[in-house]
Design a protein around this ligand. Structure first.
Ligand SMILES: Cc1cc2nc3c(=O)[nH]c(=O)nc-3n(C[C@H](O)[C@H](O)[C@H](O)COP(=O)(O)O)c2cc1C
Length: 138
């Protein structure tokens, strides 16, 4: 097993995404993440996603590529990807939360992102990450 990393990205949900889609994504993610020893949380604003993924660098690199090609969302912007010493979501193969209040912040991060500087504003990235953490563990 490689080194432990955390990837945090935001994206725009496809217009077709509904509660059935969400169920499918989360149930399948929980099953396959358990096999890969990946943990994290998926937050849904109704229009956007923000997802924390924790696991070994090899697993995360492959999974992030796969997820970024998924047609159920677009404009995937990785806000950070960094080594960690300890998981925040060790007990969650993939937690799920819905909160519309994330929408504006995620939209701002996506609007500011450019292909050259996908995540210029580290402060906003941390703010969204902490917002998701607060919602996940109030
Ligand atoms: C917002 C979003 C989050 C996802 N999160 C995960 C995840 O945590 N783990 C996972 O295995 N697949 C996740 N998926 C699904 C993958 O994109 C992909 O469909 C899945 O890994 C099945 O891949 P396979 O066809 O190679 O089995 C997610 C998809 C979306 C749209």
């Amino acid at each position: 097993m490689g080194h432990l990393r955390r990837v945090f990205y935001v994206s725009r949900a496809d217009a077709s995404v509904d509660s059935f889609t969400m169920n499918d994504i989360v149930l399948r993610a929980q099953r396959s993440n358990r096999r890969m020893d990946v943990t994290g949380v998926l937050a849904y604003s109704g229009k956007h996603f923000a997802q924390v993924l924790e696991g070994s660098d090899e697993e995360l690199a492959a999974l992030t590529t796969k997820i970024s090609r998924d047609k159920r969302h677009s404009d995937v912007v990785v806000l950070f990807d960094e080594p960690i010493s300890k998981r925040d979501y060790g007990e969650w193969s993939m937690g799920f939360l819905y909160d519309a209040s994330l929408g504006d912040e995620i939209e701002q991060a996506l609007t500011e992102a450019t292909p050259q500087a996908p995540a210029r504003d580290g402060t906003l990235a941390r703010k969204i990450f902490l917002h998701v953490s607060d919602l996940a563990r109030p």
